[in-house]
Design a binder for this molecule. Structure first.
Ligand code: MF3
Ligand code: CO
Ligand code: CO
Length: 262
C-alpha cells in the first residue's frame, strides 16, 4: 500500500485499537502519581516499560528509528521526543509531557498528557489548560464528511486567541498496525480545506502549543525538539476514530470512554 493511502479500519480493527488505546490511557494513569519533584525521567521510563510488558504489550518507541527509550518525556521547553535520562530529575514547577505508545496484539495506542510537577507558574498553568482545550476542540471538529483542515483551524484559533503559537514541524498522524501513517493532521489550517474525513479513519490529534515562537530546534541527539526561544511548550494527544455518528476517542480509560456524536 502506498504510504499516502488512508486506510479505513473495520469495526473489528477499531475494537483492537480501542483495547490498545485503553491500555495506553491506563499506563498514563499509572505513571501520574510518580510525577513528583525528585523523580528522574529514566525512572518513569523504566516503570512504563515494566508495566507495558506485564500487560502483554510492547513499547513502540523503543528502537523506533533508533529511538533509545520506551516513552518520550518532554520537560518545559522540550516540545516533543524528549529522551528519558537518569540524570534528568524533575523539579518543583516543571511541566512534563509523557507520551506512551503500547502495541497490544499488533495495534498501537498513542496518547500523551502534560503533567505539573508540584505547583505550576500562572503561565505554565494557562499554557497547559489551553493546550488541553485545543486538543478537545480539535477532536470536536471531527465528523464524517468534514475536512482535515477543520481540525487544525479549531486548534489554531483557540491557541492564538489565547496568545500562544502552534508548532508546525510535527503533526498528528494515521495510526493502526503502523505507528505513523497517512493522513497527516496539522494542528493549524483552514476550515473546509484538506482531505475529507470518512468513517473508519483512525488518527491522532496531538497539538504542541508554545508560550512564545512556534519555531523549534532539534538537539544533536537527533530527537529532542525544543522551542527556539526556550519558552515553554505543552502537548496532549489522543488517538481517535471517525465514526458514522461523529468521533470516538480510543485512548480513554474504560470508565471514561464514551462515544461523542456529531
Ligand atoms: N508517540 C509519538 C507520537 O505521538 C512518537 C514518538 S516516536 C519516538 O507520534 F520514536 F520518539 F518514540
Ligand atoms: Co504519541
Ligand atoms: Co502520535
Amino acid at each position: 500500500m502506498a504510504p499516502e493511502t488512508i486506510v479505513l479500519l473495520s469495526s473489528r480493527e477499531i475494537a483492537k485499537m480501542r483495547q490498545a488505546g485503553r491500555l495506553a490511557a491506563k499506563l498514563l494513569d499509572h505513571l501520574k502519581p510518580m510525577v513528583k519533584p525528585g523523580v528522574s525521567t529514566q525512572e518513569l521510563n523504566d516503570e512504563a516499560e515494566k508495566w507495558t510488558k506485564a500487560h502483554g504489550a510492547i513499547s513502540a518507541p523503543l528502537g523506533y528509528h533508533d529511538f533509545p527509550k520506551s516513552i518520550c518525556t518532554s520537560v518545559n521547553e522540550v516540545v516533543c521526543h524528549g529522551i528519558p535520562n537518569p540524570k534528568q530529575i524533575l523539579r518543583e514547577g516543571d511541566i512534563i509531557n509523557i507520551d506512551v505508545t503500547p502495541i497490544l496484539e499488533g495495534y498501537h495506542g498513542d496518547t500523551s498528557k502534560t503533567f505539573f510537577v508540584g505547583t505550576p507558574s500562572p503561565t505554565a498553568k494557562k499554557l497547559v489548560e489551553v493546550t488541553y482545550e485545543c486538543m478537545m476542540r480539535g477532536i470536536a471538529a471531527v465528523k464524517p464528511g468534514g475536512r482535515i483542515g477543520d481540525i487544525g483551524a479549531a486548534i489554531q484559533e483557540y491557541a492564538e486567541g489565547n496568545g500562544f503559537s502552534v508548532v508546525r514541524d510535527f503533526v498528528g498522524h494515521g495510526v493502526n498496525r503502523i505507528f505513523h501513517t497517512a493522513p497527516q493532521i496539522p494542528h493549524y489550517g483552514t476550515r473546509g480545506k484538506g482531505k475529507r474525513l470518512r468513517p473508519g479513519m483512525v488518527f491522532t490529534i496531538e497539538p504542541m502549543i508554545n508560550e512564545g515562537t512556534w519555531e523549534v530546534e532539534i538537539l544533536a541527539d537527533k530527537w529532542t525538539a525544543l522551542t527556539k526561544d526556550r519558552k515553554l511548550s505543552a502537548q496532549f494527544e489522543h488517538t481517535v476514530a471517525v465514526t458514522t455518528e461523529g468521533v470516538e476517542i480510543l485512548t480513554l480509560p474504560e470508565e471514561e470512554a464514551q462515544i461523542k456524536s456529531a
